[in-house]
Design a protein around this ligand. Structure first.
Ligand code: SF4
Length: 304
């Protein structure tokens, strides 16, 4: 797909024009948190408990950065080798911007950092096995997209890549770099892609033709084609989810919902399902509902 302007505006009901009174905001990661486990949502979005980055998350961030920068190069130069050449400089940049990443490896760990960079490079092999970036001109990379739904809920998030075809067809692409079992996270990944599809539909008036998950570790592509009716239903789900979050906040009642995903949860020690006790509910409640940002860590393997 190439970066042509979008021309199809036919099947949007009410694209966002003027900003109405927004009561809250929701990102796909936080919405998926609540869906997965209300208590996990509370820990992340209300208590705002810190989470140490894991090696897997850091690798995901690095590979995303490399793939974003790769498209800065002229098309003919976007080779596996030039992508590999970006790995170390991008890692240096990330560590400068986020010094906590440097703590992933012990000072006397002689092989850890090199192995880490090697494993990130190996994921690029997976990328090049399924796509040829010399033939692509993405319209957007790491782009913040947002829309207001139900007249008062701002939904927003960063999509990895958006391709626009000459006929205006949209393809939303999400890179998955996690090593976690795919079946544990696929529903969550698709939920996030539908979230972006809904935002694009509401803002551009086009239902994306393809939602694409690129699993770099397995070098596999998973394409999904949404339709307007499905996105309408999805919008109702998102609004209902937000209402449930508001209600839970009002009652200060966020219950644990144990599942396989608990294995990747950083807060087991505070979770009643694992014998822990959550901290007192913050007096200020949920804080500023408009500050739900991507700087918050995501569930490893689900939103790298
Ligand atoms: S350990 Fe499981 S049930 Fe407990 S907060 Fe984390 S995800 Fe929820």
């Amino acid at each position: 797909m190439t970066a042509e302007p979008v021309i199809d505006g036919q099947d949007s009901p009410t694209a966002e024009t003027a900003p109405p009174t927004v009561r809250g905001s929701l990102s796909p990661s936080r919405a998926a948190d609540f869906k997965t486990c209300p208590l996990l949502y509370r820990f992340r979005s209300i208590d705002r408990l810190p989470e140490r980055p894991t090696v897997e998350q850091a690798r995901g961030t690095l590979v995303h950065a490399v793939l974003e920068r790769l498209f800065d190069l002229p098309a003919a130069a976007r080779t596996l080798r030039s992508a590999g050449d970006l790995v170390a400089p991008q890692w240096d940049r990330l560590v400068t911007e986020q010094p906590e990443l440097a703590t992933l490896f012990a000072e006397d760990d002689a092989t850890g950092p090199a192995e880490f960079l090697r494993s990130a490079t190996a994921l690029l092999d997976g990328y090049f096995a399924v796509e040829d970036p010399r033939r692509l001109e993405p319209a957007e990379r790491e782009a913040l997209v947002s829309a207001v739904v139900d007249e008062e809920l701002l939904i927003r998030g960063y999509l990895d890549r958006l391709d626009v075809a000459p006929d205006g067809a949209l393809r939303v692409v999400d890179y998955k770099t996690g090593g976690a079992p795919r079946e544990a996270f696929e529903a969550r990944a698709l939920f996030q892609l539908k979230f972006y599809a809904l935002v694009l539909w509401r803002t551009r008036g086009v239902v994306p033709r393809v939602l694409r998950l690129l699993y770099l570790k397995d070098a596999e592509v998973c394409d999904y084609t949404p339709d307007a009716e499905e996105l309408l239903r999805f919008e109702r789900t998102v609004v209902a989810l937000w209402q449930a979050i508001e209600q839970a906040t009002e009652r200060q009642d966020f219950r644990p919902r144990p599942s396989r995903l608990c294995d990747w949860c950083a807060h087991q020690a505070l979770c009643p399902s694992f014998g822990g006790t959550p901290p007192p509910f913050p007096a200020a409640g949920a804080g500023d509902p408009l500050t739900d940002a991507r700087s918050r860590p995501a569930t490893p393997g689900a939103d790298e």
